[in-house]
Design a protein around this ligand. Structure first.
Ligand code: CA
Length: 235
């Protein structure tokens, strides 16, 4: 499903030496790379030559990275990986909330960065079913969901999930290994107009754990990321 042409990555990074190092490493892996040193330039480049993925440093001169992220997302579903300082949890959450798909923290290794780029592009490829009929099979660890039939198995055994549990689990399986914030999950599963008790989410997480984890009190698949949200680990 990968296109014939090289994948285009737009690197938005004001530190010139870092930007060039990222360019060198991505190009060596067969990507085509454009560099923007500030947010305005990034938006201009994204408009004229739409990238397949954007790597966006949040600490930029002139236009804040979060605003760039929001602006990109308002017109495109391109995967966006934000780059933040280590331990900048508030930035990570804010970035994910304005539409970033993933994040890496500085300092990162080039190997890690390229793995993230490739994983995010792979997810986009997988989102379009090869036969075009919309059949969607989601698998992760012991869990397998046949979304078009609304069926589920855990370790090969049929398991019954309530509708919201099913939707929540599917949301996790579509984004394995990725931190999903509480707000994101609620909006995805309950919709943007949901003003109910936030504990609803925790209750559903607990019910899912009871059905998929060998030891629900020590989850290894559906794990809590303290203070941020949850993520699904295939394991
Ligand atoms: Ca910077």
């Amino acid at each position: 499903m990968a296109p014939d042409r090289a994948r285009r990555v737009l690197v938005v990074e004001d530190e010139e030496s870092l930007a060039e190092s990222i360019r060198y490493n991505l190009e060596r892996d067969g990507y085509s790379v454009e560099v923007a040193f500030d947010g305005r330039d990034a938006l201009r480049q994204a408009r004229t030559t739409p990238p397949d993925l954007v790597l966006l440093d949040l600490m930029l001169p002139e236009m804040a990275g979060l605003d760039v992220c929001r602006a990109l997302r308002s017109s495109s579903s391109v995967p966006i990986i934000i780059v933040t300082a280590k331990d900048a949890e508030a930035d990570i959450v804010a970035g994910l909330e304005v539409g970033a798909d993933d994040y890496v923290t500085k300092p990162f290794s080039m190997r890690e960065l390229i793995a993230r780029v490739s994983a995010n592009l792979r997810r986009v490829d997988m989102a379009v079913p090869a036969d075009g009929r919309g059949d969607e099979i989601l698998e992760g660890g012991r869990v397998r969901l046949d979304v078009s039939r609304h069926e589920a198995t855990v370790g090969g055994q049929a398991v019954d999930f309530r509708p919201k549990e099913y939707d929540l689990l599917a949301t996790f399986l579509r984004r394995p290994g990725r931190l999903l914030t509480r707000d994101y999950l609620i909006e995805e599963v309950w919709g943007p107009g949901y003003y109910g008790d936030m504990k609803t989410l925790d209750v559903h997480i607990r019910r899912i754990r009871n059905k998929i984890e060998e030891d629900p009190h020590r989850p290894v698949h559906l794990v809590t990321v303290r203070g941020l949200g949850y993520k699904y680990v295939n394991g």
